[in-house]
Design a protein around this ligand. Structure first.
Ligand SMILES: NC(=O)c1ccc[n+]([C@@H]2O[C@H](COP(=O)([O-])OP(=O)(O)OC[C@H]3O[C@@H](n4cnc5c(N)ncnc54)[C@H](O)[C@@H]3O)[C@@H](O)[C@H]2O)c1
Length: 500
């Protein structure tokens, strides 16, 4: 009986997913189940006692009573049989779906911050996440094309890199956990656009080593572009462990898979950050400068990442390139970054907070346009040498590099605001305060001569041009109408910018 009760529980807990009950089963269960869930056969007493009149009439009535009793028994027995058959079919169907579902092997149970929109995500990614779908997405169009696993592909930089790689003919598979650090619907909109270009994003976490092993077993990726991370400097005060989970443990998980699960080992290009320069005051920042004084936990995890990368290169012969991005901005950008939330606040007529240093100086950033950063990422991928490890063992020294990817011209935040005011056609309500000591540094300034020399990195987009493209995308994406004569200019509509 316990077994039957268990099956009943299984079937009802799944009823919101698939209605496994036959239409016949519903009334059957209603009328023949007692409150303990036990299945009952109707008792003769329930049919009423035989009436006592004349003998013949008595026999007739008794025969008819027996007939009714038999048909009731027959009905009960057949209903019982039907119920068991339905349950059996349901269990078999469930087993079949579990074994056949293309999504299950590639959806992670771990999520540092579960997305409230997981069901939509599942429906978006369920069918193409079959092994065949993953292989299709991973396979380059040309024999010499790269095959790149892009972690953080639903993120700002990952989205742009994936799109450009795919467009030039490389194979790309994304991996992202769609966490809710910022609006996950923006990540899903990026995923949707990538899907339209034939790039599949597997929903999963970089800490899920069995998922990574499965991906490498499915396809021999030539490169990993590892961009998944917990970004943002200030959020570390609220959720420090998310930085350790994604930027330290997650990086180790990715490098472990690259070193030990993948055959052949891929070359790894990953995102470090300009924040590793921390309290460095030499300017412009060069890769030769000190990076042992991080000013935030975020910076410390990126610095730890560079040390971890060194160890995996040294022990396993992994080819590893770290890229130190400098304040990347542009269309499809990150809502937690100043240029993005300033735009939102200015449009809403809300005040914005601008920081000054304790000495009263302006805070400045080497704002780098997304297209320039994408070129840098592709340059690093294209010049990566092969890893040298075989079966988890290094056979010879492997390439280990680190590069600044910046714009080489820091701009004060007040200038950023002035450009946005001009583009939006609204004056910002500014609230100027002294910068709190929560991890931000007063200025950043990149020296990019190393990247220029090794793969021709040359940023070409100034802040006004880049912000114009950003504002144009922003108003299209969020469906905002600007005053006549202001906005993003005459460029073509940003791809996929409309939410509709
Ligand atoms: N944007 C910048 O200005 C900037 C500057 C310096 C460094 N970086 C670095 O560049 C990389 C990309 O940054 P971005 O601006 O695109 O950030 P982003 O937050 O838009 O993208 C990161 C993506 O990684 C995913 N992710 C996070 N943790 C994950 C995990 N454990 N498993 C799977 N997916 C996970 C997120 O869902 C997100 O989609 C990050 O490593 C970031 O630290 C960015």
């Amino acid at each position: 009986m316990e077994r039957i009760n268990y099956k009943l529980k299984v079937s009802s807990s799944l009823s919101h997913l698939y209605d496994l009950r036959s239409p016949l089963e519903i009334p059957f269960r209603a009328s023949y189940q007692d409150c303990s869930g036990e299945l009952k056969r109707p008792s003769p007493a329930a049919m009423g006692p035989p009436p006592d009149t004349s003998k013949t009439a008595k026999i007739d009535r008794y025969n008819s009573y027996l007939g009714r009793l038999n048909s009731a028994k027959l009905l009960a027995a057949s209903s019982h049989l039907l119920f068991r058959a339905t349950l059996l079919t349901a269990v078999v169907l469930l087993l079949f779906l579990t074994l056949q579902s293309p999504l299950l092997p590639f959806s992670s149970s771990y999520s540092s911050s579960p997305s409230p929109h997981r069901s939509l995500l599942t429906s978006l990614s369920s069918s193409p996440s079959s092994p065949a779908g993953i292989r299709r997405s991973a396979t380059p169009r040309h024999p010499n094309g790269l095959s790149v696993l892009v972690t953080g592909a639903a993120g700002f930089v990952g989205f742009h890199c994936s799109l450009v790689l795919k467009k030039r003919g490389d194979g790309v598979v994304g991996l992202d956990n769609f966490n809710s650090y910022y609006d996950p619907s923006l990540k899903r909109a990026r995923q949707y656009l990538l899907a339209r270009h034939g790039v599949l994003i597997v929903a999963g976490d970089i800490n899920d080593s069995s998922l990574l092993a499965k991906l490498f077993a499915l396809h021999p990726f030539s490169h990993i572009l590892h961009l998944a991370a917990q970004a943002g400097v200030r959020y570390a005060a609220r959720n420090p462990n998310s930085y350790v989970a994604s930027n330290v443990a997650g990086l180790v998980s990715v490098l472990e898979a690259a070193a030990k699960s993948a055959d052949p080992q891929p070359a790894v290009v990953w995102a470090s950050s300009s924040s590793v320069y921390g309290l460095n005051t030499d300017s412009p920042f060069s890769e030769l400068h000190r990076t042992d004084r991080p000013a935030s936990l975020y910076a410390a995890t990126k610095k730890a990442g560079e040390a971890i990368a060194h160890a995996y290169n040294h022990i396993y012969g992994l080819s590893v390139t770290g890229l130190r991005f400098f304040t990347v901005y542009g269309p499809w950008g990150r809502p937690d970054m100043a240029y993005f939330f300033f735009t939102k606040a200015i449009l809403a007529g809300k005040p914005i907070t601008i920081f000054r240093t304790a000495a009263g100086d302006e805070v400045a950033r080497d704002f780098t346009y997304i297209d320039d950063v994408v070129k840098g990422c592709l340059g690093a991928l294209d010049t990566s040498q092969r890893s040298t490890g075989v079966a988890g063992k290094k056979t010879s020294p492997a390439q280990l590099r680190v590069y600044n990817l910046g714009n080489t011209s820091p701009v004060p935040v007040s200038r950023l605001v002035a450009i946005l005011e001009g583009l939006i056609g609204v004056k910002a309500k500014k609230n100027v305060v002294t910068m709190p000591s929560n991890g931000d540094v007063p200025f950043t300034h990149a020296n990019v001569s190393l990247a220029a020399g090794d793969f021709g990195y040359r940023p070409t987009t100034d802040l006004s041009t880049g912000l114009r493209k950003f504002v144009k995308w922003y108003v299209q994406y969020y469906g905002i109408k600007l005053k006549e004569g202001v906005g993003g200019g005459d460029d073509d509509k940003a791809e996929g910018a409309s939410k509709e």
